[in-house]
Design a protein around this ligand. Structure first.
Ligand code: HEC
Length: 252
C-alpha cells in the first residue's frame, strides 16, 4: 500500500512542480487552426515580408509550406522567395549571426520550432506587446519579453504604444450592447499605425497561426489518421470479440 501511495505521489509530482513554476505573466490566448488555409497563407506572407530578413526557418523547406498551404510552386517562388533559393531548399537567411548579435545584443533565433518552445499564447501576446521606451537602445521595449533586442518591425501596421499595453485582457463581447471590448490594448499611442487594433490582432493571429503550423506541420494529417486508426480499432474489436467467443465456446 505504501508503495502504491509513493508511486501515485511520484506520478503527480511533475504536474505539481509545473503548476508552481508558472509565472505571473498574463497572456492573451489564441486558438491555432491549422485547417484554416487562408489564415496560414496570410501568416506565411507576413512572415516572409517582415521577419525573414532576420529569422530563418532552417528546419523547413519552402516546398513543404507551398504544398501544405496549397500555394502553387510558381506562385510561391515568384512572391515568397526573395533570396534566389530553389523551392526545394531549406529556409535559410544570409544574416551573419555574430554581426547580428553585435547589432541587437543577441542574434535573432531560428523560428521553426519557436511555437513549441514559447507556446502560441506567448507569441500572440509578444507580437502585440511592443511599446515606446526611450531608455532602450532601439527606443522600444516589450511587455511580454522585457528588454528585448528585437526592433518593433510592425510599427507601420500597429503603431507604437506610448505606455506598456494591457496584455492579458482578452477581447470579449459585451452581452448588453454587443460591442467588442478590449481589442484596443493600448491607452495612448505615440505613433498611429495603418491598421485598426482589431485588424492588427487578426493579422497577428494569422502570423501566430503560421508559426504554430511551422512547429507542428503534420498536426492535421496526424489527427485525421488518428481518427481512422480509432475507427479501425473499433471495427477490429467486433471481429476480435466474435473470434474470442468462438474459441472459448467449447471450453465453457
Ligand atoms: C531586424 C531584425 C529582426 C526582424 C526583422 C525580426 N526580428 Fe524577431 N528577433 C530579433 C532579435 C535580435 C531577437 C532576439 C531578441 C532577444 O533575445 O533579446 C528576436 C526575437 C524574436 C522572438 C523571440 C524568440 C525567443 O524565443 O526568444 C520571436 C518570436 C520573434 N523574434 C519573431 C519575429 C517575427 C514574427 C518577426 C516578423 C514580424 C520578427 N521577429 C522580425 C530580430 C528581428
Amino acid at each position: 500500500m505504501k508503495k502504491l501511495i509513493l508511486g501515485l505521489f511520484m506520478t503527480v509530482l511533475p504536474a505539481l512542480t509545473l503548476a508552481a513554476g508558472g509565472s505571473d505573466l498574463h497572456l492573451d490566448t489564441m486558438e491555432p487552426d491549422h485547417t484554416n488555409k487562408p489564415s496560414l497563407q496570410r501568416g506565411a506572407a507576413l512572415f516572409t515580408n517582415y521577419c525573414m530578413g532576420c529569422h530563418s526557418l532552417e528546419y523547413a523547406r519552402y516546398k513543404r509550406i507551398a504544398e501544405d498551404l496549397e500555394i502553387p510552386d510558381e506562385l510561391y517562388e515568384e512572391n515568397l522567395i526573395f533570396t534566389g533559393a530553389k523551392i526545394g531548399e531549406l529556409i535559410q537567411i544570409g544574416m551573419d549571426k555574430d554581426a547580428a548579435a553585435d547589432w541587437f545584443g543577441s542574434a535573432p533565433p531560428d523560428l521553426t520550432l519557436v511555437s513549441r518552445v514559447r507556446g502560441e499564447d506567448w507569441l500572440y501576446s509578444y507580437f502585440r506587446a511592443f511599446y515606446k521606451d526611450d531608455t532602450r537602445p532601439l527606443g522600444v521595449n516589450n511587455a511580454v519579453f522585457s528588454n528585448v533586442g528585437m526592433p518593433h518591425v510592425l510599427v507601420g501596421m500597429q503603431g507604437l504604444c506610448a505606455v506598456p499595453p494591457k496584455i492579458g485582457t482578452n477581447a470579449s463581447v459585451d452581452p448588453l450592447s454587443g460591442n467588442v471590448r478590449g481589442t484596443d490594448i493600448c491607452d495612448e499611442w505615440a505613433i498611429e499605425g495603418s491598421m485598426e487594433p482589431a485588424e492588427f490582432n487578426r493579422a497577428m493571429y494569422d502570423l501566430t497561426n503560421f508559426l504554430s503550423y511551422m512547429g507542428d506541420p503534420v498536426k492535421v494529417e496526424r489527427e485525421r489518421l488518428g481518427l481512422l486508426v480509432l475507427i479501425f480499432v473499433a471495427v477490429f474489436f467486433i471481429f476480435a470479440y466474435l473470434l474470442n467467443r468462438e474459441y472459448w465456446k467449447d471450453v465453457h
